[in-house]
Design a protein around this ligand. Structure first.
Ligand code: NAD
Length: 488
């Protein structure tokens, strides 16, 4: 069996979508997209040039008063209709995701319903956005708050789950009344472009959703633009630093969804079967390329060997294969650079950090040779301060550490500059609530995960981000409060 080539017809027109439709690019470079599962070149992506960036922002600026003045019930209807359009085109969007970054079908087909859920959830908000009426003194007066949109929001997303990253940010931004200019990476511009096309088809005013594919230089031009009211960035810490430095010059507010090295704590009283299966799934999903992945598993010493054995059984059962195949649960990483970086890191874990590579560890050959497949890898007994225990690898590498007491478990879990999610597996409710209080992370999930429901605040602490998507928090992120005082 060899991995099938991807059909070129799957890819939507890759040109930027600004205003009412696609525009020819002016002066940008091109990116030759490669299918991650085979390494084959697919289509050429024309990246937005500087003038295209300016046009996108001017277009979003012109549409801002139109969208802001659109009645709340009409915003609700449009967001709801966009949910229906995503639902109707879910198969196509699944195929596009597989083609754009090699996400296996089982994962790719999970995202359109999540995006539908988020759009439906936020469709319910525009008609409920109310501010407070505030008590004031000494003179009698009416004092109230208006929640108003920022205006033009630049949204920068990464390549690892591009449809979900787009939907989870765009839905609250639009519900709060903003217009958006989205920059997907040159690696994965396709789902964003199709999403914006659907928005136009259901009747969103032109200019409310604009897409400018491109790399770092396009992102840099967007974030330094004076006519941008807010930036929302999902991606890595080093890029976030560059964006904050640039935004400091224009005093533009920034929301950040960044990386993680999420700990997964397994106590001896947990359901070890479930906990071991979950430990593998939380780390290996998307071939380790997920911000939420529980890549650091801390195991109580008394059950370490037992859990390790179960983990290895689950790793051996992972279905590595063709992303198109519905039974595949594990596909390639994004590109050759990522594959080389991950393999080098595993080598350093082995040679410099004293970690025992007890499963995987190599780039895969044979039928997987052309693509960027790395074996699901487990490194046991890693030094807690070593690179493999501290750095976000963004690849299929599970680090196992041991602890002997609750205090040690907490100290190890919090010994990270990241703070996105933390997972706790225990049957002791007192311990669960104590850890929920003391773990330094934006989200704590006990005996399972709750993360992607749109009503739940989602985001990180420490170096994992600023601001929360989801729920009312998502609307507040994309709104600002104006206070009105009227003397009587
Ligand atoms: P990245 O930081 O390299 O790139 C992210 C985006 O920023 C891309 O669109 C890129 O083109 C753009 N960019 C690059 N340089 C820029 C600049 N100077 N100015 C403006 N934009 C610029 O990250 P990546 O490798 O694409 O994504 C992986 C990272 O994203 C991981 O750290 C992962 O954990 C994180 N992530 C976080 C979440 C979350 O919700 N917290 C979700 C998904 C991914």
């Amino acid at each position: 069996m060899s991995i099938k080539s991807v059909a070129r017809e799957v890819f939507p027109d890759p040109r930027p979508l600004i205003g009412a439709g696609r525009i020819p690019v002016t002066g940008g470079s091109t990116y030759d997209h490669v299918y991650a599962a085979t390494g084959e070149p697919t289509v050429s992506v024309p990246m937005a040039g500087p003038d295209d960036v300016d046009t996108a922002i001017a277009t979003a600026r012109a549409a801002a008063p139109v969208w802001r003045a659109t009645p709340a019930n009409e915003k609700r209807r449009l967001l709801w209709d966009l949910a229906r359009a995503v639902e109707k085109n879910a198969d196509e969007l699944t195929a596009v995701q597989i083609a754009e970054n090699g996400t296996p079908r089982a994962n790719a087909s999970y995202y359109p319903p999540l995006v539908v859920d988020g759009l439906e959830y936020y469709a319910g908000w525009p008609d409920k956005l109310v501010g407070n009426v505030n008590p004031v003194w000494p003179a009698p007066a009416l004092d109230y708050d208006i929640l108003e949109p920022h205006g033009v929001v630049v949204i920068i997303i990464p390549w690892n789950s591009p449809l979900y990253s787009l939907g989870s940010v765009v839905a609250p931004a639009l519900a709060a009344g903003n217009t958006v200019v989205v920059k997907p990476p040159e690696l994965t511009p396709f789902t964003s472009l199709r999403f914006a096309e659907l928005a136009l088809e259901v009747g969103f005013p032109p200019g409310v959703v604009n897409i400018v594919p491109g790399g770092g230089e396009v992102g840099a031009r967007l974030v330094e633009h004076r006519d941008v009211d807010m930036i929302h960035f999902t991606g890595s810490g080093p890029t976030a630093t560059r964006i904050l430095t640039s935004a400091a010059k224009t005093l533009t507010p920034v929301g950040l969804e960044l990386g993680g090295k999420s700990p997964n704590l397994i106590f001896a009283d947990a359901d070890l079967d479930k906990a071991s299966a979950a430990a593998v799934q939380y780390c290996m999903q998307l071939s380790g390329q997920g911000c939420l992945n529980g890549s650091r598993v801390l195991i109580e010493d008394s059950v370490f060997d037992d859990v390790l054995e179960r983990v290895l059984t689950h790793v051996a059962a992972i279905r590595i294969g063709d992303p198109e195949d519905a039974s595949t649960s594990f596909g390639p990483v994004i590109n050759a650079t990522a594959a080389d970086r991950i393999v080098a890191l595993i080598e350093r874990a082995r040679s410099e950090s004293g970690g025992k590579v007890v499963a995987g560890g190599s780039r895969m050959g044979g039928e997987f040779e052309g693509g960027y497949y790395i074996e699901p890898t487990v490194v046991a007994d890693v030094d807690p301060r070593s690179e493999v225990a501290q750095e976000e690898i963004f690849g299929p590498v599970l680090s196992l550490l041991r602890f002997t007491s609750d205090e040690e478990a907490l100290a190890l879990a919090n010994d990270s500059r990241y703070g996105l999610a933390a997972y706790v597996q225990t049957s002791d409710v007192t311990r669960a609530t104590r850890f929920a209080d003391q773990l330094e992370s934006g989200m704590v999930w006990v005996n399972g995960t709750g993360g992607l429901t749109p009503s739940i605040p989602f985001g990180g602490s420490k170096d994992s981000g600023v601001g929360r998507l989801g729920g009312r928090s998502g609307l507040e992120l994309f709104s600002r409060v104006k206070n009105v005082w009227i003397g009587r």
